[in-house]
Ligand binder design. Structure first.
Ligand code: APR
Length: 253
């Protein structure tokens, strides 16, 4: 592992434009389960209950979603872990072009990466949107209503259906974010994947776009991924342990 860490630190030192691509694995050490590990989210919940079709069709599905959100089942008090802070350190040392993340937990921003450098392909749980009038509200304000006994909160302006700003299955990804993230992936000279199984598209195209454009690929993940064979550096292990060691070895720019 040490050799991989030294090699990745060298790649970052040599890079002019480093993009970090993250998945749920970067947040497991913050106490947020990932999706496809043995005790992951999909081992407890049915993905079918998280499709946009079901959310719109079934008041019971909306009620279950808001109950889970109110119980803090979705990231309420999570804090960044050393992996998030290591990525933020790359920003502080002027070495980070951007973070493209599949995560909706806002932890890259909480760790110090500026909002304009975080491209959230699957949205964010910080906000809620009304599907009728487009009104946007803070998630905490809506969860407050659930805690006061309103099982399916409606839009305060028009009583329309409120949906978290996270992308549900069957929903299109935010177009502008996806377009800019794709552009960044195609322009970087190093893309570092941290904590993703790389099995969900179109997000998982990002490392491929970078490779096709001539960038080098590095993967830091607990388990093997389908793109390991295309990576210049592959380090299997916990991001919270690996990334601080990598960043500590990056020579100041
Ligand atoms: N350090 C490094 N890697 C880790 C760690 C850790 N501490 N913990 C877990 N991992 C790895 C797992 O081995 C797994 O390969 O992170 C990966 C997480 O993969 P998934 O659970 O599939 O999460 P992700 O790749 O983000 O899923 C993509 O699928 O369900 C949808 O919308 C959801 O955004 C999500 C998308």
């Amino acid at each position: 592992m040490t050799e991989g860490i030294e090699r990745l630190a060298r790649l970052i030192t040599e890079s002019e434009k480093t993009v970090v691509f993250t998945g749920a694995g970067v947040s497991t050490e913050s106490g947020i389960p990932d999706f496809r590990s043995p005790d992951g989210f999909w081992s407890k919940y049915d993905p079918e209950d998280f499709t946009i079709q079901k959310f719109l069709r079934s008041p019971a599905a909306r009620k279950a979603f808001w109950k889970m959100s109110a119980e803090g089942g979705l990231l309420a008090e999570a804090e960044p872990n050393p992996a998030h802070y290591a990525v933020a350190d790359l920003h502080h040392s002027g070495r980070l072009d951007c973070v493209i993340t599949q995560n909706i937990d806002n932890l890259h921003q909480k760790a110090g990466v500026p909002e304009e450098k975080v491209f959230e392909l699957h949205g964010n749980m910080r906000r809620v949107v009304c599907l009728s009038c487009g009104n946007r509200l803070p998630m905490l304000e809506v969860v407050q209503k659930v805690n006061e006994g309103i099982e399916i909160p409606g839009c305060p302006d028009c009583q329309g259906i409120l949906k978290p700003d996270a992308v549900l299955f069957g929903e299109a990804l935010p177009v502008v974010t996806l377009r800019e993230a794709t552009r960044r992936a195609q322009k970087c000279d190093l893309l570092i994947v941290i904590g993703s199984s790389l099995v969900v598209y179109p997000a998982a195209y990002m490392p491929a776009y970078a490779r096709e454009a001539g960038a080098r690929l590095a993967i830091v993940n607990l388990t093997a991924t389908p793109l390991d064979c295309h990576a210049t550096v592959c380090i299997q292990g916990k991001a919270g342990e690996i990334m601080p060691r990598v960043v500590a070895m990056v020579r100041p720019s």
